[in-house]
Design a protein around this ligand. Sequence first.
Ligand SMILES: Cc1ncc(COP(=O)(O)O)c(C=O)c1O
Length: 367
Amino acid sequence: MQDHTLPMNPNVAVLPPYNAGMTVARARELSGLQEFARLASNENPDGCSPAVLAALASGNFHPWRYADPGCTALRDRLADHLGVDITRIVAGNGSEEMIAAICRAILRPGDAVLTVVPSFGLHEIEPLAAGARVTKLPMTPDAGFDMAALETALKTGPRLVFLSSPWNPVGPALDHTNLHRLIAATGPQTLLVLDEAYFEYADPGSPDGLQELRNSGIHFVVLRTFSKAYGLAGLRVGYAVCSDAEIARVVWSAKTAFNVNGAAQIAAIAALDDAAWMRASVARTRAERLRVEAGLRALGFDPAPSQTNFVFFDCGSDSTEAAARLIRAGVIIKPWREAGYTRFLRVTIGTPADNDRFLAAMAGMAG
Ligand SMILES: Cc1ncc(COP(=O)(O)O)c(C=O)c1O
């Protein structure tokens, strides 16, 4: 008998699916409810700047044209804004495309990749797809980075290190001392990828990874996104700032050609130009986060320290069951599924009404 099974890339065929959170359609099916507090994907509850919507309506967006594959106008603005040469910046279809492009650009089968657990799924999935071996170092009991373990693992010379700071899904950011410990432990054969998707939410005084890495002498990529504080998750635009133009050139070669669509390019420039809107949104989110954290503590939970637009905590029971109960109360959150963390929930900070609904549902579960 002829074997009709199509041979596929085994590295990809065995991948766990990305845990993208529940759709509203599925939540409706499960609960019979129509309206939900959508607190699973760390989106911005304030929407986006009105300047973005005005720019999109301005007539400069031509859907029938291919957009600039180099994203030149946006990268120009970013180069000014960040004080780095444009040749070091690569724009992506969300920063997630840059994670994939970095892996494609750098990794060869069998290479070692270091990250942490719990982790942002793609920091593991993309290296595995490239055939790499991934080591994940657990967080400390007080929900911090295990610096000693990271330093020891870095000494073995992994090809790539993925760390998000502030850390998705846990919440804390690396402080100056710990960031410098990491830099000191990173050898010349290693690329440090510092994923700063939640950079804008970090406490005043937290390090700016780009500033700290600038003269470090190590190979690095800093990732940032317009999906969170700027509220453009649906348009898909993020970027990589590389330590040198040669790394940027190879990451560029690994991206898809027309990766950032025309609407996203226009929107990102308008968003960047309206920093006041972004800062006001971050301030609202921070105030609500403090309220949610206090509410959870009052119910007897112990949320991890957060410098982000979400909170991570041990809910005391299986996270999938807790998430199902929350769906029936009209709240969609993200149950954590990584081994060792299956009692943890990650809840995005939403509008005050969303957060009230979440806290009321948790009170029902705690009681
Ligand atoms: C740590 C981290 N990196 C990257 C991303 C991807 O963001 P995007 O592709 O929307 O820019 C996310 C999204 O949640 C994230 O949490």
